[in-house]
Design a protein around this ligand. Structure first.
Ligand SMILES: [Zn+2]
Length: 285
């Protein structure tokens, strides 16, 4: 396994984990953050032992009062039971996430995801997250934003004083493929756009904004968010231009991407250009 720890600030640590398998060309990370006694997310099921070691080590010098779950995809909730059962650290998540966490052991997904993240999620109980979270020293306050689209239960956190946004998977660096088709993750580009817009509006006036994207790093400035909105608008305009000319989504796929990409083929259409086009096609903004 590949792990790394990044100290972003004296009170903010990022722990990254990736599987290492000869079938994986380069590490594909997921992140947890520790902000002044508050954890965000718990890594993947395949990383449970590494996560447990990380928490044990943390607890020798820190106390952890709670863990906030951004959303219930397997690369964010792999260690929830470790926290709640072994360390008795309470979990908080959106109201939409609670029933999904309670039934997480039934969560099934395709082999390609198993390769990256592993399987064997545990069902856990969490509490509904309040709209604001104070950290241990009361020096930081996380404002909770509902940001559905990538997942219906997803939330993001804004620390206004520090100008930090913890967006998990709500603002990805590029929108070229979406989860959908037969996948249990059904992404919706219209909702993704609205949620990115919500994060953009909630960070108004933050000239030194840092955006923490799970596994992908830290991106600087609201312009990063604005660019994603512009890119999605361009994609939407392109798809609807073809729709006006009576092209079907499969024909638009040929025009825009020259056919399905390697990702779409390898995932049997679960993570594909066609899912993105279908979602843009159905979005009548
Ligand atoms: Zn996700």
């Amino acid at each position: 396994m590949v792990t790394k720890e990044i100290v972003h600030h004296k009170d903010l640590l990022e722990w990254c984990w990736a599987a290492d398998d000869e079938l994986i060309p380069k590490p594909f990370f997921t992140s947890c953050y520790l902000l002044d006694g508050v954890l965000i997310d718990t890594g993947a099921p395949k990383g449970q032992l590494d996560f447990t070691s990380f928490i044990k080590e943390l607890l020798t010098t820190n106390s952890v009062s709670k863990c906030l779950i951004t959303h219930t995809h397997e690369d964010h909730i792999g260690g929830t039971h470790v926290l709640s059962e072994e360390f008795e650290i309470p979990l908080y998540a959106s109201v939409e996430a609670l029933p999904l966490l309670e039934t997480a052991s039934n969560y099934v997904y395709a082999e390609y995801r198993d390769l990256y993240w592993g399987s064997g999620l545990h069902s856990v109980n969490a509490q509904p997250i309040p709209t604001k979270i104070q950290t241990k020293s009361q020096n930081y306050e996380l404002k909770v934003l509902s940001v559905p689209g990538h997942a219906p239960d997803q939330i993001a956190f804004i620390e206004s004083e520090q100008e930090w946004a913890f967006v998990a998977d709500a603002v990805l660096p590029k929108y070229q493929v979406l989860f959908g088709h037969t996948c249990n993750i059904q992404e919706d580009i219209a909702l993704i756009y609205d949620s990115i817009r919500k994060i953009f509006d909630a960070t108004e006036g933050m000239d030194n904004l840092k955006i923490f994207v799970s596994g992908k790093g830290v991106f600087n400035g609201r312009n990063y968010i604005k660019k994603r909105l512009e890119e999605i608008t361009t994609l939407h305009n392109d798809v609807h231009g073809y729709k006006l000319k009576k092209l079907a989504p499969e024909q638009i796929l040929e025009e825009m991407f020259g056919g399905e990409g390697i990702m779409g083929i390898m995932t049997n259409g679960e993570l594909s250009h066609l899912n993105l086009i279908n979602s843009l096609y159905q979005w009548n903004a």
